[in-house]
Design a binder for this molecule. Structure first.
Ligand code: SF4
Length: 421
């Protein structure tokens, strides 16, 4: 499991006599073959500016540092959860890393491997099934059908300019279609990919600038539901703020959709900040919610989400209401090795799953600088407190046999299958 680095010309090397090391919360780990999987198709390799690579030297049983080279990390494709970050030390004055996740990489028999586990087998966002020419054909076809629909034009930009897999799937008539609606948000997440207050940390896609009408939303949703066998349509996308901020549009859209069809799942990806609005949406016909959180500890939740006008109590109330109304509840668990697998985080999360009768855990890598995150959370994690991401994922799967482990918003058939892959 050779160490992989780049030089100042971004040429990638492996160092045969050194092993790749992992990092959790600034602590270095010696990794073994069992920690790695082949780099999944569609993943990307990054060279990290201002990051000095750290490897393990078995000859002297020590970690070694290379100040004239750069660390390499993998941004894994959807469906995989990183268990160890790439190991590095920050150079003085290094800038914050952009909003991606940074998995440990090694080379083995001429191929790249990453420290990650597969949590979902669906090929929903597998680029091998998303030919860009087919996407373009779909764009032409659907815009011709709905020339006045501004939301479809917005999704065209998402698919062709920003490469959004959800928007591409809409134009390919596959799996799940996105229904972005809200230019506003009542949180200021440090890792928000559509709005960044801080200088120096760029967003990965701009926020939608208009509120689509319920008619425009329903047109997109109904077209998708009609043309896909086991469809999901989802409010709450990376290119918008919080959909609950435009609850009336969601309510009216769901009413228009359910007046025409009972097919498919209507899902809401949300920060679950407004329990009253959540209640109305389920009364109107919403089927499922996916609640995003980095922690169930209020202090870490608040440090990440910086909520405005709501608190973590409201989030818990929303989940209770959703369950009471028979809704399917997923948690979009934003994971960071060295934080998520801390004993305290693990036991609090375990209690939360049991108490709130959560139906699914979506293990999502948090796209954030893996060293600066701990500064933001004001925590210096202890090595002895780390259980390992793999342990945490497996232990919760065993502890809650009915709770689905995955990555993607489930369709009706997926829910029926439960834990069966
Ligand atoms: S809740 Fe969503 S849209 Fe709002 S700041 Fe957080 S990530 Fe961004």
């Amino acid at each position: 499991m050779r160490m992989v680095v780049t030089d100042n010309k971004k040429r990638i090397y492996d160092i045969p006599h050194l092993e790749a090391a992992g990092m959790e919360g600034g602590h270095f780990f010696r990794l073994s073959r069992a920690d790695f999987i082949k780099l999944p198709h569609g993943s990307e390799l990054f060279t990290l500016p201002g990051r000095i690579p750290v490897g393990y030297d078995p000859a002297i049983n020590k970690f070694s540092v290379f100040s004239n080279l750069y660390a390499v990390a993998a941004f894994t494709s959807p469906g995989y959860t990183v268990t160890h970050n790439t190991a590095y030390l920050e150079s003085p004055k290094a800038a914050m890393l952009p909003l991606f996740s940074y998995g440990a990489v090694t080379s083995f028999k001429g191929e790249f491997y990453v420290a990650a586990v597969r949590v979902d087998r669906e090929r929903r966002q597998d680029l091998r099934f998303m030919d860009i020419d087919n996407v373009k054909t779909g764009v032409k076809e659907i815009i011709k059908l709905f020339p006045k629909n501004r939301l479809i034009r917005h999704l065209k930009g998402c698919a062709l300019t920003y490469g959004c897999p959800a928007a591409k799937n809409f134009f390919l008539k596959r799996y799940e279609a996105p229904l972005p609606t809200s230019p506003y948000c009542n949180a200021m997440c440090i890792g928000c990919i559509s709005h960044q207050p801080k200088k120096g940390c760029s967003i990965t896609q701009p926020r939608i600038k208009f509120k689509p009408t319920p008619g425009e939303v329903a047109e997109v949703a109904l077209y998708h539901i009609k043309n896909v066998k086991d469809p999901v349509v989802s409010f709450g996308q990376g290119c918008e703020g919080e959909p609950l901020m435009v609850g009336d549009i969601l309510n009216e859209s769901i009413k228009m959709i359910r007046q025409k069809t009972s097919k498919g799942m209507i899902n809401l990806n949300t920060n679950a900040s407004l329990p009253g609005t959540i209640a109305k949406l389920f009364d109107e016909g919403l089927d499922s919610i996916r609640v995003s959180l980095n922690s169930v500890n209020t202090k870490y939740y608040t440090a990440y989400y910086k909520p405005k006008g709501y608190s973590f109590k409201d989030v818990k109330r929303s989940i209770k209401i959703a369950k009471k109304k028979g809704g399917f509840v997923s948690l979009n668990y934003l994971t960071v090795p060295g934080f998520t697998d801390l004993k305290g985080e693990f036991s609090a999360f375990k209690d939360f799953i049991g108490k709130h009768k959560v139906d699914m855990i979506q293990w999502r890598n948090l796209n954030y600088d893996p060293v600066r995150y701990f500064t933001e959370m004001r925590i210096k994690p202890a090595y002895a407190d780390m259980l390992g991401m793999k342990y945490v994922i497996n232990a919760l799967s065993k502890r809650f046999p009915k709770v689905i482990t995955g990555y993607f918003n489930p369709s009706n058939r997926r829910i029926k299958r439960g834990k069966r892959l």
